[in-house]
Ligand binder design. Structure first.
Ligand SMILES: Cc1cc2nc3c(=O)[nH]c(=O)nc-3n(C[C@H](O)[C@H](O)[C@H](O)COP(=O)(O)O)c2cc1C
Length: 192
């Protein structure tokens, strides 16, 4: 199959950019994600599905804590893509200088963003290179007017140096995923 044949459809499946925050053993972290979907049709029982790659510190923190918050970015928050999505929490404390409040799930909530969904994990599916987390939305609020930031719009405005770093990071991660995506553990997930 030629990927170009399906790219116009596949490209529409990524969500708006969210800063995924987590907390485990007193430590806060954040990463960027676009692999997010609504996962409930019941208005008073909202759920989301979130895919996190196993190489990310956030993955291990969400797996351990069973919680995360999705803080969707405002259309002018391009800087946060580089600050949160091109550096790992293993290298620095990405939330040290960021205004935040504690959410119901224990995950930090960004006070300046388009809006947040504070979530508790209820199930997880191993995808080999990543884990797909299904979560109840415990709390949430839209904080800004307008629209959230989409990767397809943001990538055209980012500095060339960031896009070079993104391309390098992406090509390493694609190789890691290619090597691990078939190593799927089909054991049923149990809450810790
Ligand atoms: C535009 C963009 C979209 C991303 N989408 C995802 C995603 O959906 N899931 C994921 O696990 N990582 C995604 N990432 C990668 C993580 O944000 C990145 O690897 C981050 O450095 C991980 O940080 P951590 O190790 O502190 O958790 C994305 C990065 C960018 C820049």
């Amino acid at each position: 199959m030629d990927y170009a044949e399906i790219a116009p459809m596949m490209g529409t499946l990524w969500s708006p950019l969210a800063a995924v925050t987590s907390q485990w053993q007193g430590r806060d972290n954040v990463q960027i994600a676009v692999a997010i979907a609504a996962a409930s049709i019941v208005p008073d029982r909202p759920r989301v599905a979130l895919q996190l790659y196993k190489t990310n510190l956030s993955h291990d923190m969400v797996l351990a804590s069973g919680a995360f918050a999705l803080n969707f970015l405002k259309s002018d928050q391009l800087d946060l893509i580089g600050d949160f999505g091109l550096v790992s929490g293993r290298e620095k404390d990405k939330l040290a200088e960021v205004d935040k409040a504690a959410g119901t799930s224990g995950s930090p909530l960004l006070t300046d963003c388009f809006g947040y969904l504070d979530c508790r994990v209820i199930n997880a599916m191993d995808g080999g290179d990543m884990t797909c987390f299904l979560a109840d939305v415990l709390d949430g609020k839209t904080l800004a007017k307008g629209n959230p930031l989409w990767w397809r719009d943001a990538r055209r405005k980012l500095p060339t140096e960031w896009m070079t770093r993104w391309d390098q990071k992406q090509s390493t991660e694609v190789e890691t995923s290619r090597a691990t995506m078939d190593n799927i553990n089909r054991t049923v997930w149990q809450p810790s």
